[in-house]
Design a protein around this ligand. Structure first.
Ligand code: HEM
Length: 162
Protein backbone atom coordinates (compact mmCIF):
# COMPACT_ATOMS: atom_id res chain seq x y z
CA UNK A 1 0.00 0.00 0.00
CA UNK A 2 1.30 3.53 -0.82
CA UNK A 3 2.22 6.07 1.90
CA UNK A 4 -0.66 8.29 0.77
CA UNK A 5 -3.15 5.44 1.21
CA UNK A 6 -1.82 4.79 4.74
CA UNK A 7 -1.96 8.51 5.52
CA UNK A 8 -5.57 8.64 4.31
CA UNK A 9 -6.68 5.63 6.40
CA UNK A 10 -4.84 6.92 9.51
CA UNK A 11 -6.31 10.41 9.06
CA UNK A 12 -9.86 9.01 8.88
CA UNK A 13 -9.16 6.98 12.07
CA UNK A 14 -7.84 10.10 13.89
CA UNK A 15 -10.81 12.18 12.76
CA UNK A 16 -13.39 9.60 13.85
CA UNK A 17 -11.50 8.92 17.10
CA UNK A 18 -11.40 12.62 17.89
CA UNK A 19 -15.10 13.17 17.09
CA UNK A 20 -16.08 10.20 19.30
CA UNK A 21 -13.77 11.55 22.07
CA UNK A 22 -15.63 14.86 22.01
CA UNK A 23 -18.71 13.16 23.45
CA UNK A 24 -17.66 11.07 26.49
CA UNK A 25 -21.25 10.90 27.75
CA UNK A 26 -22.30 8.77 24.72
CA UNK A 27 -19.38 6.33 24.91
CA UNK A 28 -18.99 6.13 28.67
CA UNK A 29 -15.76 7.05 30.42
CA UNK A 30 -13.74 3.87 29.85
CA UNK A 31 -14.23 3.88 26.05
CA UNK A 32 -13.56 7.64 26.03
CA UNK A 33 -10.14 7.10 27.59
CA UNK A 34 -9.12 4.14 25.39
CA UNK A 35 -10.43 5.57 22.09
CA UNK A 36 -8.79 8.98 22.63
CA UNK A 37 -5.46 7.32 23.53
CA UNK A 38 -5.67 5.19 20.35
CA UNK A 39 -6.47 8.34 18.32
CA UNK A 40 -3.43 10.03 19.88
CA UNK A 41 -1.21 7.09 18.89
CA UNK A 42 -2.60 7.41 15.34
CA UNK A 43 -1.86 11.16 15.43
CA UNK A 44 1.79 10.43 16.32
CA UNK A 45 1.94 8.07 13.29
CA UNK A 46 0.43 10.88 11.20
CA UNK A 47 3.28 13.18 12.35
CA UNK A 48 5.91 10.53 11.56
CA UNK A 49 4.47 10.12 8.04
CA UNK A 50 4.68 13.91 7.54
CA UNK A 51 8.17 14.06 9.09
CA UNK A 52 9.86 15.22 5.87
CA UNK A 53 7.52 18.24 5.62
CA UNK A 54 8.09 19.07 9.30
CA UNK A 55 11.90 18.89 9.09
CA UNK A 56 11.98 20.82 5.79
CA UNK A 57 9.71 23.55 7.25
CA UNK A 58 11.74 23.86 10.48
CA UNK A 59 14.91 24.15 8.36
CA UNK A 60 13.34 27.05 6.44
CA UNK A 61 11.77 28.77 9.48
CA UNK A 62 14.36 31.52 9.64
CA UNK A 63 14.85 31.86 5.90
CA UNK A 64 12.49 32.55 3.01
CA UNK A 65 9.10 30.97 3.55
CA UNK A 66 5.77 31.60 1.80
CA UNK A 67 3.21 33.26 4.10
CA UNK A 68 0.71 30.41 3.55
CA UNK A 69 3.32 27.83 4.68
CA UNK A 70 4.22 29.99 7.70
CA UNK A 71 0.52 30.20 8.71
CA UNK A 72 0.01 26.46 8.20
CA UNK A 73 3.16 25.70 10.22
CA UNK A 74 2.14 28.01 13.10
CA UNK A 75 -1.35 26.46 13.22
CA UNK A 76 0.14 22.96 13.22
CA UNK A 77 2.40 23.86 16.16
CA UNK A 78 -0.63 25.27 18.05
CA UNK A 79 -2.63 22.13 17.22
CA UNK A 80 0.21 19.94 18.51
CA UNK A 81 0.34 21.92 21.78
CA UNK A 82 -3.47 21.82 22.21
CA UNK A 83 -3.67 18.04 21.57
CA UNK A 84 -0.72 17.38 23.91
CA UNK A 85 -2.49 19.43 26.61
CA UNK A 86 -5.84 17.67 26.11
CA UNK A 87 -4.06 14.31 26.45
CA UNK A 88 -2.05 15.41 29.50
CA UNK A 89 -5.10 16.83 31.32
CA UNK A 90 -7.07 13.70 30.27
CA UNK A 91 -4.46 11.47 31.92
CA UNK A 92 -4.66 13.65 35.03
CA UNK A 93 -8.42 12.89 35.14
CA UNK A 94 -8.07 9.20 34.22
CA UNK A 95 -10.35 6.89 36.18
CA UNK A 96 -10.16 3.78 33.95
CA UNK A 97 -7.04 3.68 31.77
CA UNK A 98 -4.19 4.60 34.13
CA UNK A 99 -5.51 2.44 37.02
CA UNK A 100 -5.09 -0.58 34.66
CA UNK A 101 -1.34 0.15 34.89
CA UNK A 102 -1.54 0.67 38.65
CA UNK A 103 -1.36 4.48 38.42
CA UNK A 104 -3.84 6.69 40.27
CA UNK A 105 -3.80 10.47 40.08
CA UNK A 106 -5.21 12.59 42.96
CA UNK A 107 -8.42 14.44 42.00
CA UNK A 108 -8.11 18.09 41.08
CA UNK A 109 -11.02 20.04 39.57
CA UNK A 110 -8.69 22.36 37.64
CA UNK A 111 -7.80 19.51 35.23
CA UNK A 112 -11.45 19.10 34.29
CA UNK A 113 -11.95 22.67 33.02
CA UNK A 114 -8.50 22.73 31.38
CA UNK A 115 -9.37 19.41 29.67
CA UNK A 116 -12.67 20.80 28.40
CA UNK A 117 -11.03 24.04 27.21
CA UNK A 118 -8.14 22.36 25.36
CA UNK A 119 -10.57 19.82 23.79
CA UNK A 120 -12.65 22.68 22.35
CA UNK A 121 -9.52 24.52 21.19
CA UNK A 122 -8.23 21.33 19.50
CA UNK A 123 -11.58 20.90 17.74
CA UNK A 124 -11.37 24.46 16.38
CA UNK A 125 -7.75 23.99 15.22
CA UNK A 126 -8.58 20.61 13.62
CA UNK A 127 -11.36 22.36 11.65
CA UNK A 128 -8.83 24.93 10.35
CA UNK A 129 -6.25 22.18 9.70
CA UNK A 130 -8.82 20.30 7.56
CA UNK A 131 -9.77 23.49 5.69
CA UNK A 132 -6.08 24.19 4.88
CA UNK A 133 -5.61 20.65 3.53
CA UNK A 134 -8.99 20.48 1.81
CA UNK A 135 -7.54 20.02 -1.72
CA UNK A 136 -5.50 17.01 -0.58
CA UNK A 137 -8.59 15.53 1.14
CA UNK A 138 -10.80 15.95 -1.96
CA UNK A 139 -8.10 14.62 -4.37
CA UNK A 140 -7.32 11.61 -2.18
CA UNK A 141 -11.03 10.79 -1.65
CA UNK A 142 -11.50 10.94 -5.44
CA UNK A 143 -8.50 8.66 -6.02
CA UNK A 144 -9.07 6.07 -3.29
CA UNK A 145 -12.88 6.01 -2.91
CA UNK A 146 -14.88 7.69 -5.70
CA UNK A 147 -12.88 6.47 -8.72
CA UNK A 148 -12.63 2.79 -7.64
CA UNK A 149 -16.42 2.74 -6.91
CA UNK A 150 -17.35 4.25 -10.28
CA UNK A 151 -14.89 1.88 -12.04
CA UNK A 152 -16.59 -1.05 -10.27
CA UNK A 153 -20.04 0.21 -11.24
CA UNK A 154 -19.16 0.61 -14.92
CA UNK A 155 -17.54 -2.87 -14.95
CA UNK A 156 -20.74 -4.33 -13.47
CA UNK A 157 -22.88 -2.52 -16.06
CA UNK A 158 -20.69 -3.94 -18.85
CA UNK A 159 -21.05 -7.45 -17.38
CA UNK A 160 -24.88 -7.11 -17.29
CA UNK A 161 -24.91 -5.91 -20.95
CA UNK A 162 -22.65 -8.78 -22.14
C1 HEM B 1 -8.46 13.38 21.80
C2 HEM B 1 -8.34 13.56 23.09
C3 HEM B 1 -9.50 13.91 24.00
C4 HEM B 1 -10.60 14.71 23.78
C5 HEM B 1 -10.97 15.45 22.53
C6 HEM B 1 -11.37 14.71 25.03
C7 HEM B 1 -12.55 15.42 25.21
C8 HEM B 1 -13.28 15.44 26.38
C9 HEM B 1 -14.49 16.20 26.61
C10 HEM B 1 -15.14 17.13 25.57
C11 HEM B 1 -14.91 15.95 27.86
C12 HEM B 1 -16.18 16.50 28.54
C13 HEM B 1 -15.83 17.69 29.40
C14 HEM B 1 -17.06 18.21 30.08
O1 HEM B 1 -18.12 17.60 29.98
O2 HEM B 1 -16.93 19.22 30.73
C15 HEM B 1 -13.99 15.00 28.47
C16 HEM B 1 -14.10 14.50 29.76
C17 HEM B 1 -13.23 13.58 30.29
N1 HEM B 1 -12.09 13.04 29.71
FE1 HEM B 1 -11.41 13.49 27.87
N2 HEM B 1 -10.73 13.92 25.95
C18 HEM B 1 -9.60 13.41 25.36
C19 HEM B 1 -8.67 12.57 25.95
C20 HEM B 1 -8.79 12.01 27.22
C21 HEM B 1 -7.85 11.06 27.82
C22 HEM B 1 -6.57 10.56 27.13
C23 HEM B 1 -8.33 10.74 29.04
C24 HEM B 1 -7.75 9.81 30.06
C25 HEM B 1 -6.93 8.81 29.80
C26 HEM B 1 -9.57 11.47 29.24
C27 HEM B 1 -10.35 11.43 30.38
C28 HEM B 1 -11.50 12.16 30.58
C29 HEM B 1 -12.31 12.09 31.80
C30 HEM B 1 -12.02 11.23 33.02
C31 HEM B 1 -13.38 12.98 31.61
C32 HEM B 1 -14.52 13.26 32.59
C33 HEM B 1 -15.71 12.41 32.16
C34 HEM B 1 -16.90 12.60 33.08
O3 HEM B 1 -16.73 13.03 34.20
O4 HEM B 1 -17.99 12.29 32.64
N3 HEM B 1 -9.82 12.23 28.11
N4 HEM B 1 -12.99 14.72 27.54
Amino acid sequence: MTTNKWKYIIDIAIFLGFLISMDPHSTGNSLHEWISTAAFAAAITHLLLSWQWIVETIRRTFTNMKTSVRISYTLNVLLFIAVTLVMFTGFMLSRDLLPVFGITVPENFAWRSLHDMTANLSLLLIGIHLALHWNWIVDTTQRFIIQPISRLRSENKEKVRA
